[in-house]
Every structure is written in structure tokens, then in C-alpha cells.
Design a protein. Structure first.
Lengths: 193, 320
């Protein structure tokens, strides 16, 4: 919070910091996998696919190798279908390459409960049998509910469960930023207070 | 969205866009090696067919199975219905067995609506008498939007026995909702008198209509539903209203030929015309599975009542 009655969210990362974090993650991915030969990126919609595309550009700049990028929507694999009032909204899935025998780097914006990643791994194995799955996230905010950890992290941010971490991406939101919002603020706003 | 899909009047234009957009994702699932997702695991879908229909039943069955739901096919021959069980008692039995959705086809208009009085699950109308067949209309809209990129302003003619066609009714209502210019074409005896009130045009000369179309939608001549003589002979109908090889040339280059199936080749459509690339009849069938997956998902994927959201499960995929 920026002040009493102030509704502004706290800015955790700006565009330059996000750019530097992605460059570092790209280097770490190359180091860990000894190059980009067998790599493919699969970004989790929405926003994870935009970040995956950025990572692919970084790697192309560093290595001169093009890493294929796919988008994965995990809605149909969620563990809470039927628990909310409305069926969750669906995004596009587009993986137009073979993932068999490849190293798949899953890319998401925020790692929180770990449930999205669990769904994503279930979805991925319906597309084939990767030789390995790794996980890259821009923000790890803690509060895992499943035994899942990220291989590559842009920034670790300690948060409270009732806070909200939102990643804005230039392609979708017009700017690059990581924002921390008090969940109370959102509720208060909704109630018109 | 409503709990049930009994008629196109149960959905508004925004719902229709949502149903078509969601179907887009399910068509992608249908193109995978493993054409199955776990979205409706543990849910039970009952196909209750009082009228024979192989293609619609198989389409719903495949749709439910690709969503990992359990499917029960209840056809009336060889079941308790042939022993005299009433619709009410069949409904109460299915209710007692915990059906989450009932897909019903019935020869009586209004049977799906009646069914909703006795069951808690969602009821999907798969065709009732001469009333409506909303899932067919939605898959037709999907096919038109997919091929032509839009629905608004699209010029569509529905040609044939509109009077007995539940497909024509649902499709007309849906097209008008989406802002398409719809014309019903057929002999005066087969056009319902109240048709102008639907917001559609009526014409009787098919050759005058064809050059101005984006879609020519042909209806099957339904001899089984006609209880009296509506036209002198099938041969005459075919000569006046059938889409022959010569007539198809009157359509603009990009225009589509559609048919809900099953076709009577040689009556409402020439055999050669049915096999032209612009006849997208098999695409309609493929898209039908995606539309029915979309509907089952949207109707069964929510709890139906606003409640606490599970922790770490916001609407977006950004929850972790």
C-alpha cells in the first residue's frame, strides 16, 4: 500500500528489472542444459506464453539458436472445475512441434500454490514424453500447496496469502511491471468503499 | 448462462460468442494425438434418445467422453420405456442415479422443458419435435464464423421444409441474434406463417436468392414428419428447390453450401454438389463435437451457485 486510503499497488519490478531477470534466466537455462539444442519453451496462458517468447528471443541473441515456443492453456486440467460458480475461461493452446525426447522449459509469470504447474505437467504428458521438464517463473511468491519448485526464478518475493501479485506484459497490458496488490484493496474497491 | 439449453432463446449474443470461442479450444483438443482432457472427470452425462439419431447421439457421446465424463446411453427400444415407463418415471430414475446432465431427443416439442421439472442436472435439448435443435444451430454458426470470419451481416438462406424443421427454427433465431441477414426459401406450404415475426425474410424463388448469398443452407426433405401432402412430388420439389449443379453456379465464388445431414442426395442436393469443396458438410460434423464439448463444459464446469473460491485459484492462469 502506498498510504492510508491510497489504492495504488506497490511496484515490485519495473521494465528494466524484468528485462535483466529474463536475460539472466536465459543464461541460466543455457548453462544448465549446455546449450539450446534439445530445448523447447511452453508458456502457460495467459502471459507465460509472452514471457516464453521473450526468453526465446534472448537465447537467439546469445546463442543464435531458435528455441520453439508453444502456448499451453491448463483450464481443462484444473483441480477446481465445478467448485466455482462459473466454468473458468479458456485460452488458446498451441504446441505445433513434437515434445517427445525434448527438454521442455515451462514458463509462467507467478509461482504461488503450484497447482497451475501440476495441471500444466498433466497437460504436457498428453502431448508426448519429454526427456525432462524444467520450470522458469518471473516471480516466486511462496505459499506452495504442492511439492513443486522452480528451476529458474526472476525474483523471490515474500508475500502474505491475501495479497495479490500481478504481472503486466507490454504485449497484453501496455507496460512491463510486477505489481503487489493488497487483496483487501480489491475487495474494498469491489464493495465501493 | 442458464442451467439448461432448451432453446436458442436460453442464450444471448454474448453467450453464443463465448460458446463458439470455447469450442475453438476444444477443436484444438480434437487435433491432438490424445483427444481427451480431464475437465469433467467424475461427472455423468446421460443420452436419453426417444427418437433414433445416430449422428447426434454419437457426437454427444464423443464430446462427453473427450471431457472424461462417464456416458450412459439410454435408448428407448429394449429399455424400460418399451415396457411402458413414462417420461416422468424415467427422469426420476436418472435423477436418483445422479445424472449431472441429460441430453434428450424426443418426438414431442417441449419434452426437454418438461424434463427440467423432475431433474436437478442440466438438460440439453438434442432436438424436440418440430420445436428446436439448438446444438445444431450453434455448430452451424461456428462453421460459418470459422470459414467466413464473421456472423454479423452474413447473408444466409435456409432452403427447404422450414415448417417441419427444428434445425431451421433454431438456426434462424441464432442467426438473427448474431445480426446475420436470413432468408427462408421454400414452397409456401412449407414456410411457417409466423416466419416474418422471427426477423427473417421469406422468398419462394431459389434462383433469385442464390447470387446474393454467403451461405446456402439446405434442409432435408423430411418425409417422416409430413402428415399430409405439402408438395406434388419429390421430383417436382427437387426440380424447383434442389441445389443442382447448374444452380450452384449462381452462388458467389466464396459462398458455402451447408446441410445438417443426413442428406438425400439427388433430392435437396445433387450428389456432385455435395462433394464440392465449398460444401462443408463433414466440417459441420467435426465442429459439432467441439461445440457439444464447449456446451457440456460451460454448463457442467461451474457449481451453478456463487461460493467461496478455493485458495490459490483465481480466474486467470496466473495463480501459481
Amino acid at each position: 500500500m502506498t498510504g492510508p486510503g491510497g489504492a495504488g499497488p506497490t511496484r515490485l519490478m519495473d521494465a528494466a528489472e524484468i528485462g535483466r531477470a529474463l536475460t539472466r534466466i536465459a543464461h541460466e537455462i543455457l548453462e544448465r542444459n549446455k546449450g539450446a539444442e534439445r530445448l523447447v519453451f511452453v508458456g502457460i496462458a495467459a502471459r507465460g506464453d509472452d514471457l516464453a517468447r521473450r526468453l526465446s528471443w534472448e537465447i537467439e541473441r546469445i546463442e543464435g539458436t531458435t528455441v520453439p515456443v508453444g502456448a499451453l492453456d491448463i483450464t481443462f486440467y484444473r483441480d477446481d472445475i465445478g467448485m466455482r460458480a462459473e466454468a473458468p475461461e479458456v485460452h488458446e493452446t498451441r504446441i505445433d512441434f513434437d515434445i517427445n525426447g525434448r527438454t521442455v522449459v515451462l514458463v509462467d509469470d507467478v509461482l504461488f500454490s503450484g497447482r497451475t504447474i501440476r495441471s500444466a505437467m498433466d497437460a504436457l504428458v498428453d502431448f508426448g514424453r519429454p526427456s525432462a521438464i524444467q520450470l522458469a517463473v518471473l516471480v516466486d511468491r511462496g505459499h506452495r500447496q504442492l511439492p513443486i519448485r522452480a528451476d529458474f526464478v526472476g525474483k523471490n518475493v515474500p508475500t502474505r496469502v491475501d495479497e495479490d501479485v500481478r504481472v503486466a506484459i507490454r504485449e497484453v497490458d501496455g507496460e512491463d511491471a510486477v505489481l503487489l496488490e493488497e487483496a483487501m484493496t480489491t475487495t474494498a474497491r469491489r464493495e465501493g468503499a | 448462462m442458464n442451467q439448461h439449453l432448451l432453446s436458442i432463446h436460453d442464450v444471448d449474443a454474448d453467450d453464443i460468442v463465448r460458446i463458439l470461442d470455447t469450442a475453438e479450444s476444444f477443436r484444438e483438443v480434437g487435433s491432438r494425438v490424445i483427444k481427451k482432457v480431464p475437465a469433467l472427470r467424475g461427472r455423468t452425462v446421460v443420452n436419453l434418445f426417444y427418437e433414433n439419431s445416430t449422428r447426434t447421439r454419437i457426437s454427444f457421446e464423443l464430446a462427453a467422453k473427450r471431457l472424461s465424463a462417464d456416458v450412459i446411453n439410454f435408448s428407448t427400444s429394449g429399455s424400460s420405456v418399451s415396457k411402458g415407463e413414462s417420461l416422468k418415471d424415467t427422469a426420476l430414475t436418472l435423477q436418483a442415479m445422479g445424472a449431472d446432465a441429460i441430453v434428450i431427443r424426443h418426438s414431442s416439442s417441449g419434452a426437454p422443458l418438461t424434463l427440467t421439472r423432475w431433474v436437478n442436472g442440466s438438460v440439453l435439448n438434442a432436438g424436440d419435435g418440430t420445436h428446436e435443435h439448438p446444438t445444431q444451430a450453434l455448430l452451424d454458426l461456428y462453421t460459418m464464423r470459422d470459414r467466413l470470419g464473421r456472423l454479423e451481416g452474413l447473408r444466409v438462406a435456409i432452403v427447404g421444409d422450414v415448417l417441419h424443421s427444428r434445425v431451421a427454427r433454431s438456426l434462424s433465431f441464432a442467426l438473427v441474434k448474431m445480426g446475420a441477414e436470413t432468408t427462408l426459401v421454400g414452397p409456401p406450404t412449407l414456410i411457417p406463417p409466423d416466419a416474418p415475426a422471427w426477423g427473417v425474410e421469406v422468398a419462394h424463388d431459389v434462383e433469385a436468392v442464390l447470387p446474393k448469398l454467403d451461405v446456402c443452407y439446405l434442409l432435408r426433405v423430411q418425409k417422416e414428419r409430413q402428415r399430409q401432402q405439402y408438395f406434388p412430388s419429390v421430383r417436382e420439389y427437387s426440380r424447383l428447390f434442389g441445389l443442382s449443379r447448374a444452380r450452384v453456379g449462381l452462388l458467389p465464388e466464396e459462398a458455402l453450401v451447408m446441410h445438417p445431414g443426413p442428406m438425400n442426395r439427388g433430392i435437396e442436393i445433387d450428389s456432385d454438389v455435395a462433394d464440392l469443396p465449398r460444401a462443408v458438410i463433414e466440417e459441420q460434423v467435426t465442429n459439432g463435437i467441439a461445440i457439444r464439448m464447449s456446451l457440456l463444459y460451460l454448463l457442467l464446469g461451474g457449481s451453478g451457485s456463487p461460493g467461496e473460491e478455493p485458495v490459490g485459484a483465481r480466474t486467470g492462469a496466473a495463480d501459481g
